[in-house]
Write a protein that binds this ligand. Structure first.
Ligand code: BV8
Length: 230
């Protein structure tokens, strides 16, 4: 990695997990049973058809058992453990591949497939393998009150105070495998640049926000990220 940044902020999206076999949202394989993610990942969809939404997450949670971190996840975990400056990896992804690769300094801004929370006592807890066949809250014992611990469209993303603080002091912002279609994540590059950070996009193709980056490299994350980290 050229230059000598001190404080690095990394944003990842579905493209970083694509080579692990997890479908992205807006690519050719981007629909789930004919639904756009915007139509299923909403509180209204959950109210209207909880079984459809719970099945969407049950199937994706079950699929985690068959996928593994790829060289992009591994390289980012190595950077996290070796970097002596500040570093925060912000992932939009709800899979656990960054966690399994060993990245420590990270936040899941859109929540996690492996977690749930109780709509009665609000306690967060591990998600049971299959939520659509009934749940019991591990904290208050209520039945069928768990929902996926996922940030749906129209809901406030998690960890925004920590994210804003990291963006205010970043001198390097790197976006990896995201289309730049979803806010507030898609606005982070402008926030970092306004605070004086250099900005780099690593993506298969130009994202919707590619014009906001100082530099963009296009190709698969499994190749680009290890080369950048070196
Ligand atoms: C908020 C969890 C405010 C779900 C997700 C109208 C009503 C309400 C809100 C809005 C509205 N209009 C706009 C909004 C804001 C909305 C939004 O941005 N909508 C978009 C669609 C316009 N945002 C929100 O609602 C957010 N909340 O605004 O709250 C608020 C304020 C106060 C109080 C309360 C609320 C919440 C957004 C979070 C939604 N949840 N995920 C789930 O995962 O099931 S978002 C969803 O999209 C995923 O998390 C995903 O990560 C994310 C972004 O997509 P990407 O990761 O970028 O994936 P994508 O497929 O799009 O792109 C992949 C990229 O990888 C591509 O560029 C591809 O080229 C590249 N690629 C592919 N293969 C590779 C690769 N790159 C490298 N290597 C490869 N091999």
């Amino acid at each position: 990695m050229t230059g000598k940044p001190r404080n690095i902020v990394i944003l990842t999206g579905a493209g970083v997990s694509a080579e692990s076999g997890i479908a992205t949202f807006r690519g050719p394989d981007g629909l789930w049973e004919g639904h756009r993610v915007e139509d299923v990942a909403t509180p209204d969809a959950f109210r209207r058809d909880p079984d459809l939404v719970l099945r969407f997450y049950d199937l994706r949670r079950a699929a985690l058992a068959d996928v593994h971190p790829n060289p992009a996840h591994e390289a980012l975990a190595e950077l996290d453990s070796a970097w002596d400056g500040e570093l925060l990896l912000i992932t939009q992804n709800v899979d656990d591949l960054h966690d399994r690769a060993g990245t420590a300094r990270m936040v899941h801004m859109h929540g996690e497939l492996t977690r749930a929370f109780c709509r009665i006592c609000q306690e967060r807890q591990d998600a049971p393998p299959e939520m659509r066949s009934g749940t019991v809250c591990a904290s208050c014992g209520a039945e069928n009150t768990l929902r996926p611990d996922i940030v749906w469209f129209g809901e406030m993303p998690y960890h925004m105070a920590r994210i804003d603080s990291a963006l205010s002091s970043a001198d390097l912002f790197v976006s990896i495998g995201t289309s730049g279609a979803v806010y507030p994540a898609a606005g982070f590059v402008r926030e970092a640049a306004a605070n004086g950070a250099r900005t780099l996009e690593l993506n298969l193709e130009p994202s919707e926000g590619t014009m906001f980056f100082d530099e963009a490299r296009h190709g698969p994350a499994g190749t680009l990220v290890p080369a950048w980290v070196k």
